[in-house]
Design a protein around this ligand. Structure first.
Ligand code: ZN
Length: 145
């Protein structure tokens, strides 16, 4: 298997080894059979956060949001659409700051929406405020360049 990369399953968070040149080809999780890239953000919780943020071989873009936040709700469809543009370069995930206060606290989230780009468990970029799809995609690509 040439140059495999570890991909955390969006459904069960199992770690799958996938050849890098086959990331975009619709591979499925060896444990649960879900598509590894379904062009949708993953719902992040305490149970799967570390698999996607620290153990996966691709970066993770986290949208920290809450249901009471108007700008967060406005950005949601833009973030959803950006997943189609950015997978499998990165994984996109949404973290409800009300439901997962410990993780939000770990990253010192003070305003939402805030996006954080994480690679190998390390924060490499942060952006606050709602952004349209194209700006999200550009921000991620430029941050990784
Ligand atoms: Zn799975």
């Amino acid at each position: 298997m040439p140059d495999p990369v570890i991909i955390a399953c969006p459904s069960c968070a199992s770690l799958n080894r996938v050849p890098r040149d086959r990331l975009a080809a619709g591979g499925k999780c060896g444990r649960c059979g879900s598509l590894l890239f379904a062009r949708h953000p993953v719902t992040l919780t305490a149970a799967n956060f570390d698999a996607h943020a620290s153990r996966s071989g691709i970066p993770l873009v986290v949208d920290f949001w809450a249901s009471w936040c108007g700008p967060c709700r406005q950005m949601a469809p833009q973030f959803e659409a950006a997943a189609a543009d950015l997978e499998p370069l990165v994984r996109l995930g949404k973290l409800d700051t009300e439901a997962e206060q410990a993780i939000a606290g770990r990253y010192g989230i003070r305003s939402i929406p805030t996006m954080i780009l994480i690679s190998g468990g390390r924060e490499i970029a942060r952006q606050s405020g709602a952004m349209p799809r194209g700006a999200i995609v550009n921000w991620v690509r430029q941050s990784l360049a």
